[in-house]
Design a protein. Structure first.
Length: 303
């Protein structure tokens, strides 16, 4: 029996008439009759006898109905699943992000994504990149975000957006005409708040300074870009930070200028190789790309 045969046969068994079956299936009565005739011809069986204008199932039809009813229930389950996959493609989206990105890029991206996937469960985790790699390999998360490419053989990395390291300083450090214009490393403020040299981006900034014979003495050392940004907002000094953190600074308290020579900053999408993302996860990635691009635009608007 073909799929359409099963549907019509099941509907006739339920309704008792061709017209009733046609209504259940939202098809015309002639179409239902034609399907039934074709089904009986293929099976070589008479399934219904017409008595006083009503269809009565034959013994063969009653025996078939037990299996057909089970198949019909399975068919309805498949259709419900297909509909759910279309309208709500996933039970959950699991994302891991470094602390910096979880506060700067992810919130606005999540808000935009939620407007289209209001009912999909989302789990957000915050880890450092080494822990993110483990979470991906263990299958604990679907995808992750980092400013660092771990170069792991089983992890695929894709740069979603690229910007540059940015100098932020208390309001009034430079003329407002210089906001967002490139700042040569030689002109960096001397009261820099330093970050941990183990950070690969900080190391690149230091390399750019050393190439020009520059050195800086810092009296304040912090572990995160977010803390450096907060200290600058309170007037405790200037700092060189990533563009995403710079974009979220209070621009009523700080000024931002991209550093030159440019120290590239990539926002990497990390996934397990050969593991495709679901539709809703891909949509989330697109929202992240757009949110990150907006951050870059805010720190380079006049450059």
């Amino acid at each position: 029996m073909r799929l359409r045969h099963i549907e019509v046969f099941h509907a006739i068994m339920q309704a008792g008439t061709i017209s009733g079956a046609a209504q259940l299936l939202s098809i015309s009565q002639p179409a239902a009759t034609k399907v039934l005739q074709h089904c009986e011809m293929q099976l070589g069986l008479t399934l219904f006898e017409r008595i006083k204008g009503k269809l009565h199932p034959t013994p063969e039809a009653r025996k078939l109905f037990t299996e057909v009813d089970r198949l019909n229930r399975d068919l309805q389950s498949v259709r419900r699943l297909a509909n759910n996959l279309k309208n709500h493609p996933d039970e959950a989206v699991r994302l891991a992000s470094t602390p910096t990105l979880s506060i700067t890029v992810v919130p606005s991206a999540l808000a935009a994504w939620r407007s289209k996937f209001a009912n999909v469960h989302c789990n957000l985790a915050t880890h450092h990149t080494s822990d993110i790699v483990n979470a991906l390999l263990l299958g604990d998360v679907d995808f992750a975000l980092s400013l660092y490419d771990p170069l792991h053989p089983n992890i695929a990395s894709e740069s979603l957006v690229q910007g540059g390291m940015t100098t932020i300083a208390p309001l009034g450090t430079w003329s407002s005409k210089l906001d967002n214009t490139p700042l040569p490393v030689a002109d960096l403020p001397k009261n820099l708040i330093a970050l941990d040299l183990d950070d690969h981006l900080v190391s690149r900034v230091m390399d750019a300074c050393e190439e020009q014979g520059l050195s800086f003495t810092s009296h304040t050392v912090v572990q995160t870009y977010l803390l450096a940004r907060t200290l600058v907002e309170h007037g405790a000094g200037a700092a060189v930070i990533d563009p995403f953190t710079a974009a979220t600074a209070d621009h009523g308290k700080v000024q931002c200028r991209p550093l030159v020579p440019v120290v590239p900053v990539n926002l990497y999408l990390l996934t397990v190789k050969a593991t495709p993302l679901s539709r809703s996860a891909r949509a989330f990635v697109q929202c992240i790309r757009e949110s990150a691009a907006e951050c870059i635009a805010r720190t380079t608007a006049a450059s």
